[in-house]
Design a protein around this ligand. Sequence first.
Ligand code: GDP
Ligand code: MG
Length: 300
Amino acid sequence: MTKNKAIYYCGYAAIVGRPNVGKSTLLNHILGQKLSITSRKPQTTRHNLLGIKTEESTQIIFVDTPGIHFDHKKALNRYMNQAAESALKDVDIIVFVVDRDIWNDTDQRVADEVFRANIPVIIAINKLDRLSSKTDLLPHIKILAEKYPDTQIIPVSALRGQQLNELESAIKKFIPEAEHYFPDEQVTDKSERFLVAELIREKITRQLGAELPYEATIEIENFKHGSKICHINALILVEREGQKIIIIGDKGDRLKKIGQEARLDMEKLLETKVMLTLWVKVRRGWSDDERALRSLGYES
Ligand code: GDP
Ligand code: MG
């Protein structure tokens, strides 16, 4: 008597593209859960983050990348580039995300990296919802199809969830037969501590985008799950006294708002009540100091 052995599929899909095209939004929508923080400001994502989606026999491990930066002066930028480049190695498929109407030098430089990797690529043209008519896409598609004739092109809206099933089906075709690397219920490789810190950073970036050129980082000092409530103490580290004053705001209003919004997202993520305490502290030079970066978890 022969027994049917189940067949499993498992593989990696890297999501790449220049900053701000919607990579993190895409990942969150595909996973149906907010793991990667997003904002209108470029450079919101700093680390590679795995988002794991398991459906029946297939497990896709998505890698959200910080996007490639062409200003190498700061240690933080160098770190983010390494993260993006290492994400391109050893993946089964690259989802190259571009904007619906803009193709600039940065897209071209990212494209050069992407197509040099010798890994299958799918181009996702994002922000479809911003177009009044889908025919507006045709010139863009034509140019891309001429440049990259063997590459499938799929227009999507990461924000509205349009055409994401099509994208996922296209990705699945490249996922090889393999045992699942992660337990089926696991959704990310990052700890709750990490995700919670990222939520605070997102609120700061969203509220203070222009005033604070990505120079805040978060240290979780205390994270205690109680039976009914989770206690979290976090430090917001900034570079300069002036930035501290901006984050705290008039009579502490800004900080209060950041805390409230972050807490609501944390409660969704952790599925429990959260008591959040925030402090702002000046620690000079952290974004340009390799050692300080390592101490804050920016391992390469
Ligand atoms: P990333 O830097 O590539 O990770 O980009 P994010 O995911 O952080 O998104 C950058 C900005 O674009 C955010 O303000 C998103 O809300 C917005 N965005 C992302 N996808 C879409 C989309 O499909 N439609 C629209 N209208 N906005 C989007
Ligand atoms: Mg991102």
